[in-house]
Write a protein that binds this ligand. Sequence first.
Ligand SMILES: [Zn+2]
Ligand SMILES: [Zn+2]
Length: 288
Amino acid sequence: MAGLGLLNKQSLASFLADPAWKIKMLTDEVGIFTEKGGTIMFLLTSKGMVVVDSQFPDTAPHLIGELKKKNTKPFRYLINTHHHGDHTGGNIAFKGVAEHVVAHINSKANQLKVAAEQKTAANKFHVPDITFGAEGWNKKVGKERISAHYFGPGHTDGDSMIHFEHANIVHMGDLLFNRRHPFIDRTAGASIANWIIVLDKALSTFDAKTQFVCGHSGAGYDVVAQPNDLRAFGDYLGNLLKFTEGEIRLGKTKDEIIKAKEIPGSPEWKGDGIERPLAAAYAELAVK
Ligand SMILES: [Zn+2]
Ligand SMILES: [Zn+2]
């Protein structure tokens, strides 16, 4: 590794000792953990801890270790926003640690389906024991009231938003990609058209002061977003459908359409991966 020779022993040691993960407190009780994969949100109270999403089997133990240093009460609930491996892979680290794992019923079904397809050994995954449907779910832990909202298919068919009402912070899971091209998982029932409605429902359910934690953000953009960021992402999804529909009407093929460099009207969405939402939009419009 070039340049390391210039570092003295002490700075090399501190460079290597720097943890790869970051914890940021948003309030006295609520914080986020980032290392690899989807952002994790957590709640620390005198009545116990709550964690939303779990990243991967190798990163979840880092989170658990850090939170145990901050709070000696048990992990009451691990909540999954949706089934993807960068949000539920670490569930296994919570087996025997979290009292309950909670998710929308479709998220649990998707977790089981993926585990069966990938022939994951039974001791390598850990699915929810509490599920909910369109009615959502809620629970009081300490002074915090936690509510899960389900507004139908978006990024998958099993995404819910987890609201810490007292702190007024919502974990959006992958329902919000802040200035980053989204993954749209049609194999798990995603719908771009309904995703736009889901974001509108979020804006009418929560308020102007709500903060939104998102799974992923683009370079230079925060994983903690504001209502205007939800509006901008809803506009992006609308522009994605409108652009793709126009290209189809002009007689362009799928291969030609996915070569676009930008979604007209949403230039803030930059970087790699534009072909994935374009292909998903093409597929969604083609089946109509
Ligand atoms: Zn994700
Ligand atoms: Zn996802």
